[in-house]
Design a protein around this ligand. Structure first.
Ligand code: AMP
Length: 178
């Protein structure tokens, strides 16, 4: 399936979770048999030149695409979790959201020193979440220079923010606006 056909499978929910936000809902994409497979194939095509040694995904929707991509590439999967979920000592990073702050955490024992990871999430908006995840992975000793997304909102500048931190990004589809 082409990126345009995949884009048509993504449901847009206006004013969720806040007025003015166009929520890009990937559940309609992942429930579609060919849509999910084709999305993973597009991500795999972008990931293959990177020669990553593992895939890292951000909770929660990044787990869906990241784990599927890891299986497709024959690699392991490293979860980056929301605060307070890991049963072992973790490292964490706080980052700014449009309203308030959030925290993500990682078990550093899952990272081998110098290992090249490709980072996966469903969507990049401002890039704050992915940037925090890349910083956390680097703090644990990983090399992170490529991030993959299903959806980019280019008007919010996330890819530029990642590039400034030395992380190239690729998205399967893009939506203009918020
Ligand atoms: P950001 O940190 O601004 O790049 O936001 C990215 C994170 O917020 C991702 O984990 C997305 O799942 C979520 N997100 C931000 N904006 C949207 C949106 N318009 N629709 C769906 N998810 C979004």
């Amino acid at each position: 399936m082409s990126p345009d056909a995949l884009k048509a499978l993504i449901r847009t929910v206006p004013d969720f979770p806040l007025p003015g936000i166009q929520f890009r809902d990937i559940t309609t994409l992942i429930a579609h048999r060919e849509g999910l497979t084709a999305t993973i194939e597009h991500l795999a095509a972008a990931a293959e030149p990177v020669r990553a040694e593992a895939v890292a995904g951000i909770e929660a929707r990044g787990f869906i695409f990241g784990a599927a991509l890891a299986v497709r590439l024959g690699l392991g999967f490293v979860p980056i979790r929301k605060a307070g979920k890991l049963p072992v000592p973790a490292i964490g990073i706080d980052y700014a959201l449009e309203y308030g702050t959030a925290r993500i955490e990682l078990d550093p024992a899952l990272i081998h020193a110098g290992e090249r990871l490709v980072l996966v999430d469903d969507l990049i908006a401002t890039g704050g979440t992915a940037l925090a995840a890349a910083q956390l992975l680097r703090q644990a000793g990983a090399a992170v220079d490529q991030a993959l997304f299903v959806i980019d909102l280019p008007d919010l500048g996330g890819a530029d923010a990642l590039r400034a931190a030395g992380v190239a990004s690729h998205a399967v589809v893009a939506f203009s606006g918020h």
